[in-house]
Write a protein that binds this ligand. Structure first.
Ligand code: PLP
Length: 414
C-alpha cells in the first residue's frame, strides 16, 4: 500500500488541499482531519469568492429586472442551471429545478407526484437503507392518499436483496425511490438494474444522489432515471441549495408544489396560469447566491474530473479499510462489495459517541450516531456507528491519524 501513496494519484493533492482554507486550520491544537464529508463537504476558495463577488458586485433579484445588476444576477443564476444540466448530462435546462436540497427535492416530488398519480391501494417502494428524508415524505403522502409504503430489504452486508425487490414490483406500484449511495453504510446500489426492472413495469424511479454526486460521475440519460435529487453542500457548494432533475414528461404532468411569484404566467383573483418548466416549480425569490456558489463548485469539481476523483477515492477507501481492519475488535457496519464515501464501524462495545468525543480532542472530525438512518441501526441492532466519510482532499496520512486516534481512544475507553 506504501507504493499506492506515491503513485497512481491522478492529481496534486497538496495543491488541492491548499485551495480549501478550512483544511489549513487546527482543532484542539491539532491539524484538522475532516472526515465528516457525508454530512457536508468543505468549500474551496473559488466557491467562497463567488459568493463574495455576488454580494459585492452584482447583488440583485433575478428574472424581474431590466437593470444591469439584475441582468448580471439572472445570467449567473441561469448559468448555474446550465452547469448543473451539463454536470449530470440532462437533456434540457427545463428539467433542472433549483431546490433547497435533497430533502426539499424529495418532498417536492412526493407531494406533486402523489397529487397527480397516487390513489388508494397504490404503493411506493423505498429501500431498507434510506435516509429519513427518503422515508418520511413518502409516509406522509401514503397517509394522505391511502397508499402503502413498501421496503426492499437488505442483507447483513448492507446490500439490497434484489429477488425481494422483484416480488414487490406489480401494477399498483407508482414509484420507486432509493439512494444511489447509502450515507450510513457506503453501499453503492446497482441502480442501473433497479431502474431497468422498474421500467419493465413502466414505474418511474427517483434516485437520492446526496451521497453520489461528489463521488461518482452521473449521467441521467444513460441511467434513464426519471428523477434525481442532490444537495449543493454535499458537492462543495453552499447550503440551502439543491437540484431536482426530472424528465420533462413527468414534470409536465405534475402540479406545482408551492404557489407564489416566479411560478406563474398570469394571475387574476379568479384564475392563475402557471409558468413553464422549470419555473413552475420555483415559487418565490430563489437562493441566488446558492446557485452561483453551486455553479462555482460544480465547475471546480469538473476541473479535477469525476473519474480522477473516483479513482483516488477508491484507493483511499481501500487503504482505510485495510488499516482499520488492523484494529482489534473493530467491526464494519456494512460490507457491500461496491462501496464509496462512508465507512461505518463499531469498536468493541464502546459507545460511538464516546469514541467521537476523544477523536475530536485529537482534531479528527467523524460523525457518530444513527446518521438519520434509524431503520438501518435497528436492522443491525446497534445504537449508532462511528462514521468516517472521505473526500478527494483527504490523504493517506489522515487515514493513519484516524487509525492511531481510534487505537488511542480504545485504550482509554476499554
Ligand atoms: N439522503 C441522503 C442519502 C443523505 O445522506 C442526506 C444527508 O445526509 C440527505 C438525503 C438529506 O440531505 P439534505 O439534508 O442536504 O437535504
Amino acid at each position: 500500500m506504501e507504493k499506492l501513496k506515491s503513485i497512481d494519484i491522478p492529481f496534486d493533492i497538496h495543491k488541492i488541499r491548499a485551495e480549501f482554507p478550512i483544511l489549513q486550520t487546527e482543532v484542539h491544537g491539532h491539524p484538522l482531519v475532516y472526515l465528516d464529508n457525508a454530512a457536508t463537504t468543505q468549500k474551496p476558495q473559488v466557491v467562497i469568492d463567488s459568493l463574495v463577488e455576488y454580494y459585492t458586485q452584482y447583488n440583485s433579484n433575478v428574472h424581474r429586472g431590466v437593470h444591469h445588476l439584475s441582468q448580471l444576477a439572472t445570467d449567473g443564476f441561469e448559468a448555474a442551471r446550465r452547469t448543473a444540466q451539463q454536470y449530470i448530462n440532462a437533456g434540457s435546462e427545463s428539467e433542472i429545478i433549483f431546490t433547497k436540497g435533497t430533502t426539499d427535492g424529495i418532498n417536492l416530488v412526493a407531494q406533486s407526484f402523489a397529487k397527480a398519480f397516487l390513489k388508494p391501494g397504490d404503493s411506493i417502494i423505498i429501500s431498507a437503507m434510506e435516509h429519513h428524508s427518503n422515508i418520511v415524505p413518502w409516509q406522509i403522502v401514503c397517509q394522505q392518499y391511502g397508499a402503502e409504503l413498501k421496503v426492499i430489504p437488505m442483507d447483513e452486508n448492507g446490500e439490497l436483496i434484489l429477488s425481494e425487490y422483484d416480488k414487490l414490483l406489480n401494477d399498483r406500484v407508482r414509484l420507486v425511490s432509493l439512494p444511489y449511495v447509502s450515507n450510513s453504510l457506503g453501499t453503492v446500489n446497482p441502480v442501473d438494474l433497479i431502474i431497468e426492472k422498474a421500467h419493465k413495469s413502466d414505474i418511474p424511479v427517483l434516485l437520492d444522489s446526496a451521497q453520489a454526486i461528489q463521488h461518482l460521475p452521473i449521467d441521467v440519460q444513460k441511467l434513464d432515471v426519471d428523477f434525481l435529487v442532490f444537495s449543493s453542500h454535499k458537492v462543495f457548494g453552499p447550503t440551502g441549495m439543491g437540484i431536482l432533475y426530472g424528465k420533462e414528461k413527468w414534470l409536465d404532468l405534475m402540479p406545482p408544489y408551492q404557489g407564489g411569484g416566479e411560478m406563474i404566467k398570469t394571475v387574476t383573483f379568479e384564475k392563475t396560469t402557471y409558468n413553464e418548466l422549470p419555473f413552475k416549480f420555483e415559487a418565490g425569490t430563489p437562493h441566488i447566491e446558492g446557485a452561483i456558489g453551486l455553479d462555482a463548485a460544480l465547475k471546480y469539481t469538473q476541473s479535477i474530473g469525476l473519474e480522477n476523483i473516483q479513482k483516488y477515492e477508491a484507493l483511499l477507501y481501500q487503504y482505510a479499510i485495510e488499516q482499520l481492519s488492523t484494529i482489534d475488535s473493530l467491526r464494519f457496519i456494512g460490507q457491500a462489495k461496491h462501496r464509496a464515501g462512508a465507512v461505518s464501524m463499531m469498536v468493541g462495545d464502546i459507545h460511538p459517541f464516546d469514541m467521537g468525543e476523544i477523536l475530536d480532542k485529537l482534531g479528527i472530525a467523524v460523525r457518530t450516531g444513527h446518521h438519520c438512518t434509524e431503520p438501518v441501526m435497528n436492522f443491525f441492532k446497534i445504537p449508532g456507528t462511528i462514521r468516517a466519510s472521505f473526500s478527494f482532499y483527504n490523504t493517506f496520512e489522515e487515514v493513519d491519524r484516524l487509525v492511531t486516534g481510534i487505537k488511542r481512544a480504545k485504550a482509554m475507553l476499554s
